[in-house]
Design a protein around this ligand. Structure first.
Ligand SMILES: Cc1ncc(COP(=O)(O)O)c(C=O)c1O
Length: 289
């Protein structure tokens, strides 16, 4: 009974090794660079979104998404009772209050209870600013209903798709729902950049503002000038290279379970072969999130 069950063990091959080496040898070891730009474009294309902003974590994506949508002290954000702490943490970072809505038998937020929560809070004179549904463990929420209910009450939807990149609902990719969505590349997710995340949206002004807040809210001038409180939340160029290699193999990634065996290499490739167990450290991402 000592065997661990991993949410999703990292599956890293010589393709990722070559990508990281490419980034290092290019000289772009400093944060940002061409790998980040390319990763953002490829991720946006994969998710069917106009824009992606690569960040240091999924939590950072949720935090900046909320700030950009104007969520702040005194606001209420409705979210799922079944999720990882980061969902609620990101809400509290903004000074807003998370209010938890129970799940249906899919483990995702129950749309009927969501509607009930809106009615309940409204009858108490409280207004809900945003809804943060969570696509739990690869199961995408009934977003069509969530969006309709939220719109009816004048709330915006920021989708927490941290656990579901690669999944689809009626052919629509996770992270394509809501005014914006967050994904995670934590080591326990299906694809990883060792640590990282991204915000996806079709709204250019949201993407631009998230980028601005993620780079210390620095003004676009040569000297250092700041008008707002910002954050240091951007993804590095080296990790973006790792992300590009992982994204190119996302649809063929092993779904979960034990660490990859060398037999799971994509057929006919040497570049996709997992690193040998002697060169691969044992996974250190237990099923904690
Ligand atoms: C549902 C959910 N939301 C948010 C996060 C936060 O992502 P990250 O670990 O990249 O900050 C995670 C995972 O860690 C998660 O499972």
């Amino acid at each position: 009974m000592n065997e661990r069950t991993y949410l999703s063990a990292p599956h890293v091959t010589e393709l990722e090794e070559a990508a990281v080496l490419r980034a290092i040898r290019s000289g772009w070891v400093a944060p940002l660079g061409p790998e980040v730009d390319a990763f953002e474009q490829e991720l946006a294309d994969y998710c069917g979104r106009e824009y992606a902003v690569a960040l240091s974590s999924g939590t950072a994506a949720l935090h900046l998404g909320l700030l950009t949508l104007g969520v702040g002290p005194g606001d209420i954000v409705l979210t799922s009772s079944m999720t990882f702490a980061a969902t609620a943490n990101s809400i509290t970072y903004t000074g807003a209050e998370p209010v938890f809505v129970d799940c249906d038998d899919t483990g995702n937020i129950d749309p009927d209870l969501l509607e009930h929560a809106f009615q309940d809070l409204e009858s108490q004179g409280q207004r809900v600013k945003a809804v943060m549904p969570v696509d739990l463990l690869g199961k995408i929420v009934e977003h069509e209903r969530i969006d309709t209910i939220a719109e009816q009450y004048g709330a915006v939807v920021l989708s927490d798709a941290a656990e579901s990149l690669g999944a689809r609902r009626n052919g629509v990719p996770a992270a394509a729902f809501g005014v914006a969505a967050a994904v995670s590349f934590n080591g326990n997710k299906v694809m990883t950049t060792s640590g990282g995340g991204a915000l996806l949206t079709d709204d250019e002004s949201i993407a631009t503002h998230v980028r601005y807040l993620a780079t210390q809210a620095r003004q676009p001038v040569v000297h250092y000038e700041h008008h707002h409180i910002g954050h240091n939340y951007r993804m590095s160029n080296v990790l973006a290279a790792l992300g590009r290699a992982q994204l190119s193999r996302l649809d063929e990634m092993p779904s979960s379970g034990s660490p990859p065996s060398p037999t799971t290499a994509p057929p006919g490739t040497t570049s996709g072969s997992p690193l040998s167990s002697s060169s691969r450290p044992s996974p250190v991402s237990p099923a904690t999130t």
